[in-house]
Design a protein around this ligand. Structure first.
Ligand SMILES: [Zn+2]
Length: 254
């Protein structure tokens, strides 16, 4: 009896260790910096005193418009990873981003998980979005960021086969979509900023087309104000702001 319970305890321990290892491996594989599923851009070269500010999940008026005006005023260029259905609904603001010299990236048609889709569905979601971007701006993008940062080998190889460079991030997500005070968002970001950092903020909510009943999750007032604080503080620290294509160019020439 004692031997049996000891054996049972040992199997439980082995199972617990095995699942902890598996969970750890999964966490590692899915972490933004992981290259396990193939190469992604996580940050720029550590030699350049620049950061890339990126905004996901828009366009989402009026908050996206406020961010665009802020970037214009501050003479800062950023990269917008846009959701196709929102681009189709609000092409004018996307056109203005492009005219300002901001870069655009493909964040899928409706922000659904790409990892549960067939290769054909992944291609359709990305290409449909890119067509909406091209209709709005006159040119297509070669950048993509998977919704929720979730990717696997199949998603990334499909994206690369379609000509995309997958882009992740190096500064941990500030959870700005939960609308904490702007100063809290700014501090969460600034603590992790280094040379070449890629920062993610959210100007929309999964590309939802905001109607009055969607107003709460779509409210990005905190993000708009946090973006202003982050730009002010990083300028004070001497950082330059570049788009993702500019960061890629620095990486190639490094
Ligand atoms: Zn997103």
């Amino acid at each position: 009896m004692r031997t049996r319970s000891r054996a049972a305890a040992a199997s439980v321990a082995v199972l617990a260790i095995a699942s902890a290892l598996l969970f750890g491996a999964y966490e590692y594989a899915e972490s933004p910096a992981s290259q396990l599923f193939g190469p992604t851009l996580v940050s720029g070269p550590p030699t350049d005193h620049v950061v890339a500010l990126t905004f996901d999940d828009g366009p989402n008026p009026p908050y996206t418009n406020e961010i665009v005006r802020l970037l214009e005023r501050e003479r800062v260029r950023a990269t917008f990873f846009v959701v196709g259905r929102a681009v189709a609904a609000h092409p004018a603001i996307v056109r203005r981003e492009a005219l300002d010299g901001d870069a655009l990236g493909d964040h899928s048609w409706d922000h659904a998980h790409l990892i549960v889709m067939s290769a054909a569905q992944v291609a359709r979601s990305l290409q449909r979005t890119n067509e909406a971007i091209a209709r709005a701006t006159g040119s297509r993008t070669t950048l993509m960021r998977p919704p929720f940062g979730k990717r696997d080998w199949f998603v990334l190889s499909e994206a690369r086969a379609l000509g995309y460079t997958p882009v992740m991030w190096s500064v941990p997500l500030a959870h700005d979509w939960e609308n904490p005070p702007p100063r809290v968002i700014a501090e969460r970001v600034e603590r992790y900023v280094r040379n070449g950092s890629i920062i993610v903020l959210h100007d929309g909510d999964e590309g939802i087309l905001c109607s009055p009943e969607h107003r709460a999750p779509c409210n990005r007032t905190s993000t708009v104000q946090a973006a202003r604080l982050i730009i002010d503080d990083l300028k004070r620290r001497g950082y330059g702001f570049v788009t993702i294509p500019a960061l890629l160019a620095l990486s190639t020439h490094a």
